[in-house]
Design a binder for this molecule. Structure first.
Ligand code: NDP
Ligand code: 8X3
Length: 254
């Protein structure tokens, strides 16, 4: 894997963090992003100590078009030829009916999960197209396949990621750039704490009574997808905990 470069958005926590560790272990050079500089600094140190990984950390908000352009559009020469983009940064904010929803929550989700993913892809994909080589993995969700009560806006953003993944695959097809989507069910990360605006107690209840996926389970899925021969593309994969049949349908009786 020497000299292969991966860019992971949202690497300060959860799925992005676990994927950064997995790829570092496998010898990838990593560009890691997030909004929390302290987390990026400690991740940088950890990946060096554990794997002697070559990393570049960039602190910016994917919702800010100018920051995305200035940070990712001016990479040092040796970091420009990105082989793998993992569009992972994302969140749910609030759990409400549409009639009671908070428009600030809606803006956060739409701006991050949809527009942020697009801004990053817009800066990175032209290089892949020029080199006729690259792989983009979008982190969708079971919420992009189905809809559940009080999740309409989050589900809409992940349905958008589903559509964008399909559209990007068509757009980039002539240029040898692969586009995959990974759609997890419930993964125990900081996701629910963020959804409930920092209420850790409430977040904990989401994962009680069953065995949720771990961030490492999703990192393993990503690792499988990128380990396949170049002529093989996993377009889309839905990964669920054994106890979850569908979005919002989790069996907690065992
Ligand atoms: P976490 O909250 O643990 O991690 C989210 C990551 O996204 C953090 O690194 C955060 O970094 C980053 N992020 C969020 N907003 C922004 C922003 N505006 N700009 C830059 N980075 C941002 O959650 P998960 O690991 O669970 O979530 C990762 C992805 O997986 C998301 O797209 C989520 O929708 C999806 N997903 C999660 C599931 C789950 O059950 N956990 C299931 C299905 C999909 P920072 O705060 O430092 O900016
Ligand atoms: C996160 C999974 O079901 O909580 O995307 O929306 S779910």
């Amino acid at each position: 894997m020497a000299d292969k470069i991966a860019l992971i958005t949202g690497a300060t926590s959860g799925i992005g963090l676990a994927t950064a560790k997995k790829l570092a272990k496998d010898g990838w050079k990593l560009i890691l992003t997030g909004r929390r500089q302290d987390r990026l600094s400690s991740l940088d140190a950890l990946l060096w100590d554990e794997y002697e990984a070559n990393t570049l950390t960039l602190c910016f908000d994917v919702r800010d078009k100018d920051q995305v352009q200035s940070q990712l559009g001016n990479l040092p020469e040796e970091w420009r030829n990105i082989d793998l983009l993992i569009n992972n940064a994302g969140l749910a904010s609030g759990l409400d009916t549409v009639q009671e929803g908070d428009t600030e929550d809606w803006d956060k989700m739409i701006d991050t999960n949809v527009k942020g993913l697009l801004y990053v892809t817009r800066v990175i994909s032209p290089g892949m197209i020029e080199r006729r080589k690259g792989h983009i993995i979008n982190i969708g969700s079971i919420a992009g396949k189905e809809v559940y009560a009080k999740g309409a806006v989050y589900c809409a953003t992940k349905h958008a990621v589903d559509a964008l993944s399909k559209g990007m695959r068509i757009d980039m097809l002539p240029y040898g750039v692969k586009v995959s989507q990974v759609c997890p069910g419930a993964v125990e990360t900081e996701f629910s704490e963020v959804r409930f605006h920092g209420d850790a107690e409430r977040a904990k209840t989401v994962y009680e009574g069953f065995i949720p996926l771990t961030a490492e389970d999703i990192a393993d899925t990503i690792s499988y997808i990128i380990g396949l021969p170049d002529h093989v593309c996993i377009n889309d994969v839905v990964v669920m905990p054994k106890a979850q049949a569908a979005a919002g349908i989790i069996y907690k009786g065992q």
